[in-house]
Ligand binder design. Sequence first.
Ligand SMILES: O=C(O)c1cc(C(=O)O)oc(=O)c1
Length: 304
Amino acid sequence: MADRITSWHANPSKPKFTPPPGAVDAHCHVFGPMAEFPFSPKAKYLPEDAGPDMLFALRDHLGFEKNVIVQASCHGTDNSATLHAIAASEGKARGVAVVDPAISEDDLAALHLGGIRGIRFNFLKRLVDDAPKDKFLEVASRLPKGWHVVIYFEADILEELRPFMDAIPVPIVVDHMGRPDVTQGPDGPDMKAFRRFLDSRDDIWFKPTCPDRLDAIKEGGKGDPWDNFAAAVAPLVADYPARCIWGTDWPHPNMQDEIPDDGHLVDMIPRIAPTAELQQALLVDNPHRLYWADLSANSRVTAG
Ligand SMILES: O=C(O)c1cc(C(=O)O)oc(=O)c1
C-alpha cells in the first residue's frame, strides 16, 4: 500500500470567533490508531493516526464542547475506532456509523448503546466501491428509533438519487450540501437544485461545511478565506436555519494538497451564520436535536 498520508494542520490557529456554550463539531472523523483499529482492506486512502486524543484537543482549542464522529470510509463497516472515540469522550461525543446493510437488530442496538444515532450512505466513487440502494433502503427501514441517515453525494447525481432518497423513511442529513459548485454563486444551478430537494420534505438536514473542499484552488475555487463558499452558502443557512449542523471535517480526509487551518474554518461560521440566533441553531440546538434527543429536559432538543 501507498505511504500513510497526513491531511490535517499541525498547528491550527486560534479562531477569532467564539462558539456559543454547548457548541457541537458535528462532522469530524477519527483515523485509527491503526495498531488498534486497522484500516479496511478496501480503504481508498491510508492516513496517519488521528485518534480521539487529538480530536478532543482540537475540540478544546477551537472552543467546542462536543463532537459528532462520522465513520470515515477508510474504516469500512468496522465501527470500532469510532465507538472507541465516543467511549473515550466522557459523554461529549456521539456518532454516525457505516454498516453492512445485512446488520442484525442486535448489532444495531449495540451501536445505539455505543452512542451511534445514524448510518452513513456514501455515493462517492473515489471513496467506496459500491452503494447498493436497495439494501440501503432495507436497512434504513429498520433503524433504532430516533436515528437518521447521512448521505454523501456529489451535485451531479442529486437528480439520479431522488427516487432513492424520497423513499428513505427517516430524516436525511446531507454531507457538505451534496457538494455544490459554489463558484456558481447562491442562485447557481447546483444551489437551486439543492433547495428544490430541501423543499421536497421538511426532514432533510444539511451540513454547510467544507469550504476547503468546495472552494479549493485545485477545484477552480478561491481557496482560503473561501469567499465563493461564504457567498453561496450564507443564504442557504439563512433560509433553512432549523435544518443545518456544522462541523470541521477534521482530519480532512484526502485534503493533503490543500490542508485547511481549522481556526480559519471556524471563522467561516459567522460569515454563513451572522447572528447569535443562527449560530445557536447551527452549533447547539440543531445538533442536539439530532444526536442528544435523550436529553429531553432541555428545550433545545424538542423538535421544531
Ligand atoms: O471528500 C472526502 O474525501 C471525504 C471523505 C470522507 C471519508 O473518507 O469518510 O468523509 C468526508 O466527509 C469527506
